[in-house]
Design a protein. Structure first.
Length: 331
């Protein structure tokens, strides 16, 4: 319930923040506001005194993500350099931060700090994210002539929407890794599930930048197809796993697939939309695929209660189907 509320609120805000960043040709303000909002509510989680306050603060923390994500991706896309490499660097650094946070939190708790204190320290660290953002210089998007503006509008309404449909199909099949960790904990132990989580993130970390660079040399849809296929294979293995080695292989493959998809999807969106619609495009991308992921994960939870690991089979099929569709779209 908490996860669903968090993601729902975040996904509702992403299209709006993306549109506003295009409308006023200012993205940095929303990015700063987003990181500030998240930091404040992360800190408030640590000060919460009951479950209701935790749920409220945790849910409102996602407001920050909803505000910053689309403008931030648009700003990265509009900056100089090859798009795949830029998003590869971004996703690698983002994952390195998440991995460091998990290790630090566990170290603090292991050495005697309470969950509350560890959470407060994490909330305090979150305010440091404002420093590099404030140093970023932003200029208004260059005005395009009427012909270019018309082309951008057309690409957003046709090619973009066709691609978005495939990305949404994949998002419904690519289950949230937290759900996989929950299942791993049920099958093995919490300690093993934590190690698998760290392994998944390590695979993600070392895949993002190479995948981004590769997508600058090849068609991005073809690179995405490989990532989608890897996700489908991972979920297929998870459906039949009988041993720790097979479960480990599944998690490594899933980390690789996330590194590819999270990086190259963002680069692809920037490639198929015009500059004046970039924020709106990223907002729609995150909002619609986020909604698809929410539906997919809710369905997976329901099916897993009935069929356990066999429930992963239809989601594997969705990922494999998406791999075929996205590859065909590049022909």
């Amino acid at each position: 319930m908490v996860s669903g509320l968090r993601e729902l609120l975040s996904n509702l805000l992403k299209p709006l923040s993306g549109y506003l960043s295009d409308r006023f040709e200012r993205k940095k303000f929303l990015i700063v506001l987003g990181y500030l909002t998240s930091a404040i509510f992360k800190l408030l989680i640590g000060f919460s005194k009951n479950v209701g306050q935790v749920v409220l603060s945790s849910t409102l923390e996602r407001v920050g993500k909803g505000l910053r994500t689309a403008p931030r991706d648009a700003l990265i896309s509009l900056s100089k350099g090859k798009s795949g490499k830029k998003f590869g660097i971004h996703r690698s650094m983002d994952t390195a931060g998440a991995l460091t946070g998990v290790l630090l939190a566990n170290l603090l708790i292991y050495t005697g700090f309470s969950n509350r204190t560890a959470t407060l320290i994490g909330g305090a660290i979150a305010f440091l994210s404002l420093v590099p953002v404030l140093l970023v210089k932003e200029s208004k998007t260059d005005r395009e002539n009427c012909g270019e503006r018309k082309e951008a509008e057309e690409r957003l309404s046709r090619n973009f929407l066709k691609t978005l449909l495939v990305l949404t199909l994949y998002s419904a099949g690519a289950l949230n890794f937290m759900f996989l960790i929950f299942v791993a904990g049920k099958e093995t132990s919490e300690k093993t599930a934590l190690l698998l989580y760290l392994l998944l993130n390590a695979a993600y970390l070392f895949t993002s930048l190479p995948a981004g660079k590769l997508s600058d040399s090849l068609r991005k849809e073809k690179v995405l197809s490989t990532g989608y296929f890897t996700a489908g294979l991972s979920l297929l293995l998870l459906s039949f796993h009988k041993s720790i080695p097979l479960l480990t292989l599944s998690f490594v493959l899933y980390g690789i697939s996330l590194g590819v998809s999270d990086t190259v999807q963002r680069a692809l969106i920037g490639e198929i939309t015009g500059k004046t619609k970039r924020g709106t495009a990223y907002g729609l991308f995150h909002g619609v695929t986020g909604a698809g992921a929410l539906v997919g994960n809710l369905t997976a939870g329901f099916l897993w209660n009935l069929y356990e690991n066999t429930a992963f089979l239809p989601f594997s099929l969705l990922c494999l189907t998406s791999a075929v569709l996205i590859k065909r779209s590049s022909i």
